[in-house]
Design a protein around this ligand. Structure first.
Ligand code: ADP
Ligand code: MG
Length: 717
């Protein structure tokens, strides 16, 4: 009766032994083999050309046009030797995913096909039609052109497919007027802002001239796997990435037997295959394990500089999606594919580091280093308290709304977990006690009295959206499907701002003759005192916390994405982004417009898909079952079931009618009005349809039920 077969769903996979590489081979042959590293280029370029390229990279300038052709030729040769037939500028439009338009290395010339030159001009800049990407009004209708420009700070790489490979050149994407149409440009700008803000502070702490600072990022990616047969028999998954229907199965995640459990062979084979491809791209994947929900898994790389980490994160998602298909699986990246079990997030582990590799959030072994650590840690506390709204906005989307605050993910309220040891130290500094532990008496401030700081503090907290985890902060509210560029851009910018302010303070105190340890002591004390309301080490899921956060501490609770997005263009935020050259007012307004638009379209598609499935699949199945029942005599059981099915089917019919009405309405002309209509009218109407349909799922004969069930999707693998 079904279009899908449970047994073949479970069996439909083939192992691929050619993918197996030994650890030795991974280290010596595989890792980075598809990445065009500087060393590769060095071997292919003359010394002067290489030196010129290197200088360009160090300064972050655009490439000297006089060497561009030579560099392009070297890149083309490298790529073609490895089987590439095409090249593409690879960029990250504001859809949150990546975009590519391939051009062949082969092109028609005179009497037949010939190898085209891949010129320096083509390497540096290309001109995709910008009108097919969201621009939020930045692109005037008469000026459809946009351009992509090479970002030499992230290496080019080969993307392989079953039949060949493509040379991918990471690029930024901008309008012809120079306004950013992508996620990479603001990220690069924010990294520069962080560098400019932090290096003066480091100099006060004695760092050598010429030290550069960037942010480091390691993102943990959660995802679900389900059998392909089920996926393609669920129009909701195909169209929206999440199930819009599905009764709760008798078993969910309550047995707590999946997290860190043995990984099934099929899944392990998939992971190994995907990881091998990631290694070839130089992505340092490190851990893999089962997550909390059945069918849910996680992959995490070792951290890298934010720009490369953000590029790699996009590649990780792409490779997971593509590779799953080889194993008869589909990888679901949605934040909440299944109601009733955990959703998926993407924890962003963030820190600041110098180009010498010094982690600025690593508590040091000596009092001097601790002073520096406490200074930067205070800056982060100040930044997060002052810009709770921006952090919340950076993770806002229709899909993440199903997750944030749903007692499985951090709440929509932003707070910081510091851990008991660090909190105690700051509390003691604030109260003027200093020291640590019961034996520490009343002491002044300053490095001579700073206690040894906890290194890799022991306590953990899973309910905080922003947690200090020993030598970095972990921002846990990011959604599994989103680009991590916006959250990192926000973190870099708000911390740059806070560091700037504290550095000015520090400079003033030093100028007035204070010793650095006393000056930092005063700054840490004052900053903590002012911003400690953001520090919360308790249970972020509890209702008491929501009460306290909002009503006692006055923290923001921007419950839904639309509540948050509204604040993106507040004067405070516009000033901040323009002050640090990260986003102009126009670029910021464009992003807000696009966020509203994507929200609106996402829910609009969900609303129409819900209507379709209810009307064209579930109602007919219920009617068919009723027909069976009407011919089945008049026993008490038959009459009882008929009554149940009829009642639920009537409820469904009514609810679909109401949903139809809301789907037709728009709520207004403006995109934010449409988005609000979706949130306030379409989502509730969809829920009503689902309630009735899920009742039917529990009474209609299984052979008539038109959709694969949660029981099948989550447990048959
Ligand atoms: P934990 O046990 O706290 O989860 P891990 O060492 O397992 O710590 O790290 C989890 C993630 O955090 C990994 O992706 C890791 O690379 C990343 N990470 C570790 N140190 C840093 C850092 N200094 N900056 C950014 N990310 C980091
Ligand atoms: Mg996790």
């Amino acid at each position: 009766n079904h279009d899908y077969d449970v047994i073949s769903a479970a069996r439909n996979w083939i192992t691929d032994p050619t993918q197996n590489a030994t650890p030795q081979q991974i280290v010596t042959e595989v890792f980075g083999s598809d990445v065009l590293t500087l060393d590769q280029l060095k071997a292919r370029l003359s010394k002067p050309v290489y030196r010129s390229l290197q200088a360009t990279l160090e300064r972050g300038d655009t490439l000297d046009p006089s060497i561009a052709d030579t560099v392009a030729l070297a890149m083309k040769t490298w790529a073609m030797e490895r089987g590439a037939t095409h090249y593409t500028h690879w960029f990250q439009p504001l859809t949150g995913s990546t975009a590519e338009k391939h051009d062949s290395f082969v092109s028609p010339a005179g009497d037949g096909l010939a190898m085209a030159t891949f010129s320096g001009g083509e390497l540096i800049q290309a001109e995709p039609d910008a009108s097919s990407f969201p621009s939020g009004g930045l692109r005037a209708t008469f000026e459809a052109r946009g351009y992509t420009a090479w970002d030499p700070s992230s290496p080019a790489f080969l993307m392989r497919h079953a039949n060949g490979a493509t040379l991918c050149i990471p690029t930024v994407f901008a309008s012809w007027t120079g306004e950013a149409l992508d996620n990479k440009t603001p990220l690069l700008r924010s990294t520069e802002a962080l560098n400019k803000a932090v290096t003066p502070a480091l100099h006060l702490f004695g760092a050598s001239e010429g030290t550069r600072v960037g942010s480091s990022l390691g993102a943990e990616q959660e995802y679900f796997l389900i059998a392909e047969e089920y996926f393609y028999n669920r129009p909701d998954l195909v169209m929206t990435g999440r199930t819009l229907f599905g009764a709760t199965p008798p078993r969910g995640q309550e047995l707590e037997d999946h997290y860190f459990g043995a990984i099934p062979d099929r899944v392990l084979s998939f992971m190994t295959d995907a990881e091998t491809q990631m290694y070839a791209l130089g992505i340092p994947v490190k851990t893999r394990h089962n997550e909390v929900a059945p069918g849910q898994f996680e992959i995490a790389p070792i951290y890298e500089n934010s720009n490369v980490a953000a590029d790699h994160q996009q590649l990780i998602m792409q490779i997971l999606r593509n590779t799953a298909r080889k194993f008869g699986l589909v990888c679901l990246m949605h934040e909440k594919p299944f109601a009733g079990v955990n959703g998926s997030g993407k924890h962003c582990n963030w820190s600041m580091a110098t180009d010498k590799g010094e982690n600025l959030l690593e508590p040091g072994a000596t009092p001097d280093k601790n002073l520096q650590f406490l200074f930067f840690c205070s800056a982060v506390i100040k930044a997060v308290d002052e810009h709770q709204d921006l952090l919340r906005i950076s993770v806002a989307s229709a899909s993440n709304d199903h997750r944030l605050g749903a007692n499985e993910a951090p709440p929509a309220i932003i707070s910081i977990f510091l851990g008991s040891e660090l909190t105690e130290i700051l509390d003691r500094l604030e109260s003027g006690q200093g020291g640590r532990g019961p034996e520490a008496g009343f002491l002044g401030l300053g490095s001579s009295v700073l206690p040894p700081l906890p290194r890799h503090a022991g306590d953990r907290n899973r309910t905080s959206p922003f947690a200090f985890t020993g030598n970095k902060f972990e921002f846990r509210a990011a959604g599994s499907s989103q680009s991590i560029s916006m959250p990192i851009t926000v973190l870099n910018t708000i911390v740059a701002d806070a560091v700037s302010a504290l550095t000015a303070d520090l400079q003033a105190k030093l100028d007035s003759g204070l010793a650095i340890d006393d000056a930092v002591g005063e700054i840490v004390k004052a900053t903590y005192s002012k911003h400690k309301r953001i520090v919360f080490n308790g249970d972020g899921y509890s209702t008491e916390w929501h009460e306290e956060a909002e009503h006692v501490r006055g923290l923001l609770n921007l419950r839904t994405s639309l509540d948050a997005i509204h604040h993106l263009t507040d004067a405070k935020n516009a000033d901040l982004f323009s002050k640090y050259g990260v986003l102009t007012d126009r670029e910021l307004a464009a992003r807000q417009e696009i966020m509203y638009d994507i929200y609106f379209k996402t829910v609009n598609i969900e609303g129409e898909t819900t209507e379709y499935i209810a009307r064209a699949m579930i109602l007919p199945a219920s009617v068919k079952y009723l027909k069976d029942l009407y011919g089945a005599g008049s026993s008490k059981a038959v009459k009882g079931v008929i009554a149940e099915v009829e009642a639920a089917a009537d409820e469904l019919y009514e609810a679909v009618g109401a949903l139809y009405t809301q789907n037709q309405a728009l709520g207004g002309e403006e995109v934010h009005e449409k988005a609000h209509h979706m949130r306030d009218h379409v989502l509730p109407a969809m829920s009503a349809v689902r309630v009735a349909a899920d009742k039917l799922e529990k009474v209609v004969a299984e052979k008539h039920w038109p959709l694969p069930t949660y029981r099948q999707m989550l447990f048959v693998k």
